[in-house]
Write a new protein. Structure first.
Length: 308
């Protein structure tokens, strides 16, 4: 257990920490902490010492070949912080694993106000999908085969990498057994044929849009808008106060490879927030520097492919 001496006891209360081991190359690995540490918000001056001490105290629990530990802290601000020394002596990762910037829709409002906060075109498209006969249903793992077929179609169209279907099956198996979380699969169909689908996780007072897929056919039916609105309605009915659209570019840059995603998600009227991104604490500095060079090169190649 980490000694939080000097920190406010109530603010520094830690919950469980998930650590994932990933192989870099034969004989080397690193540890990843997604959205962690999950804790009450530390004051700005406490964040860097807290992450540093946590990395040091966890080190004896990891294999000797662990090169570094990577954190994705869940803390967020509404003004983007580009400070390169935010969490020194940790180092800013060459590539983020989780998207740092996102859109949070306030579900505590009445439905008519949630709709009113959306851009007019978004409200129109939600109504248009219903008018044109798009039917949205919520299923569990039974719809995974259909979802995965749409996901493969999306990956081929947009040039993105996806997991195997077993990954998504395992995800539903895990959250099917959770008491405080629910994973839902929403499918939009037109004339009995699935044309789009999304996966949404509800946990506590927050719902998070995790995955989306769509067919190359009937894209003019605006199924994506109907899916998000149905998921928001259900999340609100389940007691969620926030809907996280999970990931946008840092700003409205038309040259960004994911500029369309920014326009789509911000149109739902939520507030834009920025998390600090991925930060590393090196255990073996020489091998860490080699990994960073390779990771940065891979990121540049991926960005070039997306722009094409």
């Amino acid at each position: 257990m980490v000694d939080w001496t000097g920190f406010d006891a109530e603010q520094a209360r830690l919950l469980a920490i998930l650590t994932l081991f990933r192989h870099i190359s034969p004989g080397f690995s690193f540890v990843y902490v997604p959205w962690g540490p999950e804790s009450a918000h530390f004051k700005d001056g406490q964040k860097s010492p807290a992450l540093t001490e946590l990395a040091q105290k966890l080190r004896p629990f990891f294999p000797g070949n662990t090169v570094f530990i990577r954190f994705d802290p869940p803390w967020f601000v509404e003004e983007k912080n580009e400070a390169p020394d935010l969490f020194l002596p940790l180092k800013r990762a060459g590539a983020d694993i989780q998207p740092p910037s996102t859109v949070l829709v306030d579900l505590s409002l009445p439905e008519n106000e949630i709709l009113a906060n959306m851009k007019p075109k978004w409200r129109y498209n939600i109504g248009l999908a219903e008018k044109r006969g798009v039917n949205v249903s919520c299923t569990g793992a039974d719809g995974l085969e259909v979802f995965y077929g749409l996901l493969k179609e999306t990956a081929a169209r947009d040039g993105i990498a996806i997991h195997s279907i077993d990954y998504y099956k395992t995800l539903f198996e895990i959250y099917g057994a959770e008491n405080d979380a629910r994973l839902s699969l929403y499918t939009a169909a037109f004339k009995g044929e699935a044309i789009a689908a999304i996966v949404v996780l509800c946990r506590g007072e927050q719902a998070t849009y995790l995955y989306g897929a769509s067919s190359n056919q009937n894209r003019n039916l605006m199924a994506a808008y109907a899916l998000q609105w149905k998921a928001m309605q259900d999340a609100k009915a389940q007691g969620c106060l926030l809907y996280d659209l999970f990931g946008i570019p840092p700003n409205d840059d038309p040259g960004h490879p994911m500029a369309g995603l920014y326009r789509f998600k911000t149109g739902f009227g939520g507030r834009i927030v920025h998390r600090p991104g991925s930060w590393d604490y090196p255990y073996r500095p020489f091998f860490y520097s080699l990994f960073c060079a390779v990771e940065l090169a891979r990121k540049k190649i991926r960005d070039l492919k997306k722009k094409r």
